[in-house]
Design a binder for this molecule. Structure first.
Ligand SMILES: [Zn+2]
Ligand SMILES: [Zn+2]
Ligand SMILES: [Zn+2]
Length: 140
């Protein structure tokens, strides 16, 4: 799996491609699943001895801000991060509350809601995020 699309997204959002940011993205692209900040810290520690947990948290938050990673808090209150598979286009996420699988949802039909807000509240919607939760096809 190539990580070029993620590096491009980083640049577009004004972030420098540092070795640590790149290594973090590579880590997720290899694992193809979710990682807790603690796991990221352990894995990055192999390449960057002495890296602090605050550095790891900062990188994870930065990558979340760009939409490269998705942060979820599981029912056990543990934080996890996922790699979004299509960071270069507008879409939404479905999160399975049982197995924590994330599905990419390409459909977005919130135009009507945006029109409602503009008409009835006289506000201009510039952005939105929707997170859908439930049970995936394996767990339902
Ligand atoms: Zn996504
Ligand atoms: Zn599931
Ligand atoms: Zn949308």
């Amino acid at each position: 799996m190539t990580i070029d699309v993620y590096l491009k997204k980083l640049k577009e959002d004004g972030f420098k491609i540092t070795p640590k940011r790149k290594a973090t993205i590579e880590l997720f692209s290899k694992k193809k699943s979710y990682l807790s900040p603690q796991e990221v810290l352990e894995k990055l520690g192999n390449h960057f001895p002495g890296i602090s947990s605050s550095t790891v948290y900062r990188i994870l938050e930065e990558l979340q801000d760009t939409g490269i990673l998705i942060k979820i808090e599981h029912e056990d209150r543990q934080l996890y991060y996922f790699l979004c598979r299509m960071p270069d286009q507008h879409h939404h996420h479905f999160i399975c509350r049982k197995c924590r699988r994330i599905e990419e949802v390409e459909l977005c039909n919130l135009k009507e809601l945006e029109r409602f807000i503009s008409k009835n509240l006289n506000c201009k919607v510039e952005n939105h995020s929707v997170r859908l939760e439930g049970l995936c096809s394996h767990c339902k």
